[in-house]
Write a protein that binds this ligand. Structure first.
Ligand SMILES: Cc1cc2nc3c(=O)[nH]c(=O)nc-3n(C[C@H](O)[C@H](O)[C@H](O)COP(=O)(O)OP(=O)(O)OC[C@H]3O[C@@H](n4cnc5c(N)ncnc54)[C@H](O)[C@@H]3O)c2cc1C
Length: 393
């Protein structure tokens, strides 16, 4: 349990949050809305100044914090390719993924946190901290707070400073951004199973709001995006498209870290291992549980609630099934096997479950396919793949 706040020392903030990204900004806004005095620090010069993520949101993430529509592009289907580039189209009526203007999304989140009352200090690096007079005190700046939240990503400095758990299993991802091109049918996230260039994960081509994001992640070795581009050149013609950006980084894939908290300190987001070991997605979890961590902190300070880190640990998902799936994925079956099974009915139904789970699925498939067909651009499908009328087979 936390000790009673020390009346002698007046802290600079109730909570200092290290990291102004998805988890830190979601937590900052909620904490500030609940009346806590919040300081966020980040090494970056401004919000979204460096992006390492593809930034695709599942529908639940969009619902969680009501993201402005202008920052997203809805992508209703998944086109899953075998190594031979034979593909199946997957969807759940009424469901969509959302690609994002990711830097814009982070700028909007920073504005929201500040509008709620949080102070964000850019160009401000966390180097270490200690406890003093019942508070947490940052090295260097000397800033003090009643609580410290480490939302500083997969290589958390806060975790290191307080001897907290770290994720030792990772995926390594890289991505190129291309200028928009009709070769990539924008109704689909294009996902490529191929154990040669994406062992343990997939490669992807995602129609973003402004660019086409093409990348891959691997669970071992180094990602070789040139090999992927070469293998899919005939279908998509990457070589005639202009590269306008690149991103990349590590994705924790070992589940929750332990311990994730110390006296007056807790980790959230990637720092805490809040990433699905199966899909590598962490943004929705950062939104959901970042907000929840802040609410529990406010309950603790304002309503005599339990230790926020202990309460949060009782609520968090354990990812047991997803950790098992990660182990299976790491076997990386030979491409010949993937080619054989990917088009089969059981595999299609399994893939639809993995991508869409219980989401959507209540609508009528025929009505949805007719709607999807209406979204089709003639140029896109000529090169991008089969027409959606084939989907009902
Ligand atoms: C290639 C790739 C693609 C991905 N694609 C997706 C996807 O499509 N969808 C999805 O849901 N997830 C995706 N993920 C995962 C997702 O990006 C992360 O789960 C998410 O970014 C975690 O947010 P976070 O706020 O916890 O940490 P981060 O986004 O890593 O942010 C950490 C912040 O802390 C700051 N910081 C770090 N150290 C310090 C320090 N010492 N002092 C001050 N500040 C510091 C950093 O500058 C940064 O702003 C992807 C990841 C990668 C690498």
């Amino acid at each position: 349990m936390l000790s009673t706040p020390n009346a002698r020392a007046t802290p600079d903030a109730d909570v200092i949050i290290v990291g102004a990204s998805f988890a830190g900004l979601a937590a900052a806004r909620t904490a500030a809305m609940r009346g806590l005095r919040v300081i966020v620090i980040d090494t970056l010069p401004g919000p979204g100044a460096r992006i390492h993520t593809t930034g695709i949101l599942v529908r639940e993430a969009v619902d969680e914090i009501d993201i402005p529509w202008r920052l997203t592009r809805s992508v209703p289907g998944v086109r899953l390719y075998a190594p031979s580039l034979r593909s199946v189209d997957l969807f759940a009526p009424g469901y969509a993924f959302f690609t994002t203007r990711t830097a814009g999304l982070l700028r909007w989140m920073a504005d929201e946190a500040e509008a709620a009352g949080a102070t964000i200090l850019w160009n401000h690096r966390f180097t270490g901290a200690g406890h003093a007079q019942g508070l947490v005190r940052l090295d260097g700046s000397g800033l003090t707070a009643r609580y410290l939240i480490g939302a500083d990503g997969a290589r958390s400095r806060v975790a290191r400073a307080f001897g907290l758990g770290r994720n030792h299993r990772h995926l390594l991802g890289v991505e190129l951004e291309f200028a928009p091109d009709s070769a990539v049918d924008a109704r689909f996230l294009h996902c490529f199973a191929n154990s040669c260039f994406a062992p343990g994960y997939i490669a992807w081509a995602a129609p973003g709001p402004d660019t086409i994001q093409v990348g891959l992640a691997v669970s071992r070795g180094r990602p070789n995006i040139a090999a992927f581009l070469a293998a899919t050149e005939d279908r998509f013609g990457w070589s005639r498209m202009k590269v306008v950006g690149q991103r990349g980084g590590i994705i924790p894939s070992g589940g929750l870290v332990a311990p994730a908290a110390a006296e007056r300190v807790m980790l959230i987001g990637d720092a805490a291992g809040w990433v699905s070991p199966a899909t590598g997605g962490g943004i929705r979890l950062a939104f959901r549980w970042g907000r929840r961590a802040a609410a529990l902190l406010a309950d603790h300070f304002q309503c005599g609630g339990p230790d926020p880190a202990e309460a949060l640990a009782r609520e968090l998902p354990r990812f047991r099934l997803k950790l098992m799936m990660r182990r299976l994925l790491e076997f990386a079956p030979p491409n010949a096997v993937l080619d054989l099974v990917l088009g089969t009915a059981p595999m299609r139904s399994l893939a639809e479950r993995v991508y869409f789970h219980r989401r959507g699925g209540n609508g009528d498939r025929a009505t949805f396919v007719a709607w999807l067909e209406g979204q089709r651009t003639a140029a896109g499908d000529e090169r991008g793949g089969p027409a959606t009328r084939d989907l009902l087979r």
